[in-house]
Every structure is written in C-alpha cells, then in structure tokens.
Ligand binder design. Structure first.
Ligand SMILES: Nc1nc2c(c(=O)[nH]1)N[C@H]1C(S)=C(S)[C@@H](COP(=O)(O)O)O[C@H]1N2
Ligand SMILES: [Mo]
Length: 389
C-alpha cells in the first residue's frame, strides 16, 4: 500500500474498530426473503427482474452466487461459482498423476501424495469468470483460502531448457469440437509465457477452505494464478507441458478472447486479446437496512495492485469513501462497505468506483474503449433501489 493518508488511516481504524462487514450468516433459501439476523433487513434492488433466479448447484452446470447475500470474506465451497466447458470429470485420487513434460531436463510425474508431501503454501485468492457481468449481477465470483504447492518450484525442479517459452496446462476434461470441418476431441487447456508461469504466486491447489478440493472445483488438483481471470485456473490438472511455440487452443485463441477498439501506436485498431489479468473493478452487490442506516456492500477485484480508494456515489451526490474490509489481502476480493444515513424514500441510484495506487480509476462503462464481446465487464455498474417511506 501507498503511504497512508490520515483519512485512509481513519477508515482502516474504523473498519478494524467493529463496523464489521460480516453480518450473522443466516442461511435463507430465496434471495428475495427479506428477514435477516439481528433485525437487519435485506433491501432488494429494483434492477433485478422478478424472473432472476439463483439455482442450486447441479452437475455439469454453471453456478453463480446470489451476490446480494455476500456478507463474509470467504465464499463457501458450495456458493463459490462454477464454470466448466466440458463437464466435470471424476478423477480417482489413487490413480491421479500430474505429468511435467516437454522442453525440460527431467520430466516429472507426481501422485497426489507426492504433491501433498511437498512444502505446502496457503493463500487467500478470489477471482471471477472473464464472462462475469451485469446480467448475473456479477455472480460468477468467489473468494477462498487455498492450500497447495508452488508451481515455480516444480518447474525449477524439472529444469526448463533454454528454448522452452510457453507452459501449457491441460485438464482431464475432454470435449468435442468442430474444427475446420472435422470433429476432434480436445482437452480443456490454457497456456502462459514461461515468465508468467514462474511467478511465485502461482500454485497447484489441492485444498479449498480447509477441505480437499471439491470435485466440481477440480479435484484433486487445480492451477491457481492469483490476479488472473478464472479461466487461467485449470481444474482437474493432469499435465504441464513446456514448448517453444505459442499454444493455440480454443480457450487461448478463440474463446475468452476480447475484441476492443484501441489505439495502437497512434492508429485506431480492433484488437483481440486472450483474457489474462483481472481488470480493476468494483461493484455494489448488497444493501441492508438497520434502523435508519442503510449499509451498501460491494466487492473489488483486480490483478493485485494495491488500492487507493473505493468510493460510492448516491444519485447525483459526491463520491464518498467506502471502508475496505481489513481481512482483504493482495489477491483476494476486497469487500467494501458504505454507511448511508437517513436515506430518503424513493428511487435511488447507487454506484461504486475503485482507484488503485497507480492512479487507475474505474470508469463508467460508456467511457471505456468500444468493445465487441462480453468478456471483461469492468466498467462502473449503477444499481437502483427503492427506499420505502
Ligand atoms: N479443466 C478445466 N478447468 C477450468 C475450466 C474448464 O472448463 N475445464 N473452466 C475455467 C473457467 S472459464 C473458469 S471461470 C474457472 C472456474 O473455476 P470454478 O468453477 O472453481 O469457480 O475454471 C477454469 N478452469
Ligand atoms: Mo470462465
């Protein structure tokens, strides 16, 4: 973090002093149910259509969180969103093998036990799907404590040959793709430059929130690339391959590819990019009422760059600083909260924006470069709410 301003110190103190974010975690079956613990009322947004439903987890399905219920730093393993493109392969732990192949001095192979017995690392990491956005009220998101082993240590142990440039991560899940007039079987895979793969934060995770990695989240081992969109975090990881050419699979070259109109050396061009690091983003997800005070809660995600501020604007009022959850660390989501006193009855618009220490400010969606795909929705997201008289 940047040298702290007195204002910021005050905010952190306030956060630590008990204006806590966590509200007694009441499990309730329907997001519209207004009753909360300890006299706190959930105030529904008026921008959520009556038809919007958060479904329970079903096999092989996408699952998104009901973001209006986000009230604790860790998502449970059940709430944490789910995305998979070729189903959810079941791997028998006793048969599991991770192979490190390609341009290495020493190809390696690990059983689950061999991986587990390496020096363990534990990290809090949150991420969202590159396709997360307003239509799901940003529900393709989660934050958890992960335990695993260092990817860099394993790559160093294998010894990357000088010509090794690209590291490909293959999952056990295989899908059929129609490619250039043929039907082929391909595994889910993602790749990174060797430099990105060697980042000390990357891990191979086998535990999530203190439990063995759940089947749907990639049992028994998945890759975690802190600060990147979810697509990088290859589940059911079975092979790491080092090569000297770029890997061009569906999830690098065709899908999870943004298309934006940008300036390229003074020339306006349409630019396609594989989804990698998370953009600086905040969104309001929840409003509760207790007495005459409304609490506005939201989350921030980014690539791990320290934050300067999160601010909330109500209607045409000024930007006002929100309080950041002190539980947050570099690669987690950062929950924020703003106390809105004496809200007047009627319709209100609430919006948040986040600024990082490099001066990057989250902008309104219509001020961002023109974009032709739904990947990477990180503009400001105004919400509307009706305060009853
Ligand atoms: N093997 C495999 N890994 C995968 C995927 C997949 O389809 N297969 N989907 C990716 C995408 S697009 C996302 S957003 C995250 C979701 O991780 P989660 O389901 O644990 O939240 O997993 C990534 N890892
Ligand atoms: Mo995703």
């Amino acid at each position: 973090m940047k040298p702290e301003s007195p204002e910021r110190r005050k905010l952190l103190k306030k956060a630590a002093g008990g204006s806590a974010l966590a509200i007694g975690a009441a499990a309730f079956p329907n997001w519209l149910l207004p009753a909360m613990a300890q006299g706190e009322i959930l105030v529904p947004f008026s921008d959520v259509p009556d038809t919007f439903r958060v479904l329970p987890v079903r096999p092989n399905s996408t699952h998104y969180q009901d973001t209006s219920k986000i009230s604790s730093f860790y998502s449970t393993n059940e709430d944490f969103y789910l995305v998979q493109h070729y189903g959810q392969p079941e791997i028998d732990n006793s048969q599991y093998q991770l192979n490190v192949t390609g341009l290495v001095d020493k190809p390696l192979s690990f059983s689950l036990e061999q991986l587990r017995s390496r020096p363990n690392i534990e990290k809090d990491v949150g991420f969202e799907c590159g396709g997360n956005g307003a239509r799901l009220f940003h529900g393709l998101v989660g934050n958890a404590k992960w335990r695993g082993v260092s990817l860099r240590d394993i790559l160093q142990e294998a010894g990357i040959k000088p010509e090794g440039k690209e590291v490909v991560f293959f999952g056990a899940d295989i899908g059929e793709e129609e490619l250039r007039g043929r039907t082929v079987q391909t595994a889910f895979a993602r790749s990174m430059s060797l430099e990105d793969a060697m980042n000390e934060n990357n891990m191979l995770a086998f535990e999530m929130n203190g439990e063995a990695l759940p089947h749907y989240h990639g049992k028994p081992v998945r890759l975690l690339v802190p600060g990147w969109y979810g697509v990088a975090n290859v589940k059911w990881l079975t092979q790491i391959h080092i090569q000297d050419t770029r890997y061009m699979g569906r999830f690098m070259g065709r899908d999870y590819v943004t298309l934006k109109r940008e300036e390229v050396g003074g020339q306006e061009r349409w630019v396609e990019n594989s989804v990698t690091k998370m953009n600086l983003k905040s969104t309001i997800v929840r409003v509760t009422k207790m007495g005459s005070t409304h609490k506005i809660t939201g989350f921030v995600l980014n690539d791990g760059t320290p934050l300067e501020s999160v601010e909330v604007k109500i209607d045409n009022g000024p930007w006002q600083r929100a309080t950041l959850d002190p539980a947050a660390s570099q690669f987690t989501w950062k929950l924020f909260q703003f106390e809105w006193d004496n809200a007047q009855p009627g319709e209100h618009t609430l919006v948040s924006r986040v600024t990082d220490v490099n001066g990057n400010v989250q902008r309104p969606a219509d001020e961002l470069p023109e974009r032709a795909s739904y990947w990477e929705e990180f503009g400001q997201f105004p919400r509307t709410i009706t305060i009853e008289a």
